[in-house]
Design a protein around this ligand. Structure first.
Ligand code: C2E
Ligand code: CA
Ligand code: CA
Ligand code: CA
Length: 277
C-alpha cells in the first residue's frame, strides 16, 4: 500500500516536472522570438456602425513557432505574463504598429491603431515613455495610437490609475476591453479616466438568442452612455447583430462580419474599398 502510494507520488512529480520544463522551454523560445523580431501582427478593422466607415484597427500579436506551429495569442500572451516579459512583447507590437502607421497615415490621414496593454504594462512607466518617444520620432500624433486595457487590469492600484491618466494627458484614447467579463461596477469604472468601452463578444453572441443576456448588454450600453463613454461591440458576426447594435446606438463594431484580422497589405486593401472616417 505505502509503496504503491509512493510510486504514485513519484509519477505525479515527474509529470509536473516535465510539464514545467516544457513551459520553460516554450517561454525561452518565445523570448527569443520577441528579441529576434519574429513576432508579427495583424489588423482587425473597427467600423463606424452609422456610416460603415473604417476608423482604425486593433493590432493583434501573432507568433509562429520555429517548427511552424501557430500559437494562439491568448496562450503566448499568458505565457509571457507568467514568465515576466510581457512588456517586451508589448514594445515589440508597438514598434511594428508605429512603423506601419507611418505608411498607413500617408494614404489614410485619420487612421488609428488600437494597442492591447496587459496588466503588467500598467505597473511600468517604460511602456508609456517608449510609446511617446517612438511616436515623436516617427512624427505621428498621439491620437494615432489608442490603448485597450482589459477590465481585469483595472485593479485597485494607484499606479495603473496614474498611468492611465498619463496616457490620456499625452493625448491617447483609452478603452476598457472585454467589458462584462469581470466584475467591475459602474461606480468602480467611474474611478478611472476612460474614453471607450468595448463590449465583450460573449454579449454580442447572445443578441437575438438569449433574452437574459441581451438584457445585460442593454444595461452595459446604458451604463457606458451615463459615463460618457463611446461603445465598441466586438465579435460582430451577423447582419442581425449589426442591426440590433445600430438600433441601440452603439457607435462602433468589430468582428468577422466586417473582416477577420488582416496582414498590413490586406488591411490597406480593406481601407481602399471602404471609405475612412
Ligand atoms: P481581444 O483583445 O478580445 O481581441 C479580440 C479577439 O477576438 C481576437 O482574437 C480576434 O481575432 C477575435 N475576434 C474578433 N472578431 C471576431 C468574431 O467575429 N468572431 C470570433 N470568433 N472571434 C473574433 P486573437 O487575435 O486570437 O486574440 C486573442 C486575445 O489575445 C485578444 O483578445 C487579447 O486579449 C490577446 N492579445 C492579442 N494580441 C495581443 C497583444 O499584442 N497584447 C496583449 N496584451 N494581448 C493580446
Ligand atoms: Ca483587445
Ligand atoms: Ca476584446
Ligand atoms: Ca474578448
Amino acid at each position: 500500500g505505502a509503496a504503491f502510494g509512493l510510486v504514485l507520488v513519484a509519477l505525479w512529480f515527474l509529470l509536473i516536472l516535465r510539464y514545467s520544463r516544457h513551459q520553460l522551454s516554450l517561454a525561452t523560445e518565445l523570448r527569443r522570438a520577441v528579441a529576434g523580431e519574429h513576432i508579427r501582427v495583424q489588423y482587425q478593422p473597427v467600423v463606424e456602425l452609422a456610416t460603415g466607415h473604417c476608423i482604425g484597427a486593433e493590432v493583434l500579436a501573432r507568433w509562429t513557432r520555429d517548427d511552424g506551429e501557430v500559437m494562439r495569442p491568448d496562450v503566448f500572451i499568458a505565457l509571457a505574463e507568467e514568465a515576466g516579459f510581457i512588456q517586451d512583447v508589448t514594445l515589440a507590437v508597438m514598434r511594428i504598429a508605429v512603423r506601419d502607421l507611418t505608411q498607413l497615415r500617408r494614404e489614410f490621414p485619420g487612421i488609428a491603431v488600437n494597442l492591447n496593454l496587459a496588466p503588467a504594462d500598467l505597473q511600468d512607466e517604460r511602456v508609456g515613455t517608449t510609446l511617446a518617444s517612438s511616436l515623436a520620432a516617427a512624427g505621428l500624433p498621439p491620437d494615432a495610437i489608442k490603448l485597450e486595457i482589459t477590465e481585469r487590469a483595472l485593479v485597485n492600484s494607484n499606479t495603473s490609475r496614474a498611468l492611465i491618466r498619463d496616457f490620456r494627458r499625452r493625448g491617447h484614447e483609452v478603452a476598457v476591453d472585454d467589458f462584462g467579463t469581470g466584475y467591475s461596477s459602474l461606480s468602480y469604472l467611474q474611478t478611472f479616466e476612460l474614453d471607450v468601452l468595448k463590449i465583450d463578444k460573449s454579449f454580442v453572441d447572445a443578441i437575438g438568442k438569449e433574452a437574459a443576456t441581451s438584457q445585460v448588454i442593454v444595461h452595459v450600453i446604458e451604463m457606458a452612455r451615463s459615463l460618457g463613454l463611446a461603445t465598441v461591440a466586438e465579435g460582430v458576426e451577423t447582419a442581425e447583430q449589426e442591426r440590433w447594435l445600430q438600433e441601440h446606438r452603439v457607435a462602433f463594431g468589430q468582428g468577422y462580419y466586417y473582416s477577420k484580422p488582416l496582414d498590413l497589405e490586406g488591411y490597406v486593401e480593406f481601407l481602399r474599398r471602404r471609405r475612412t472616417a
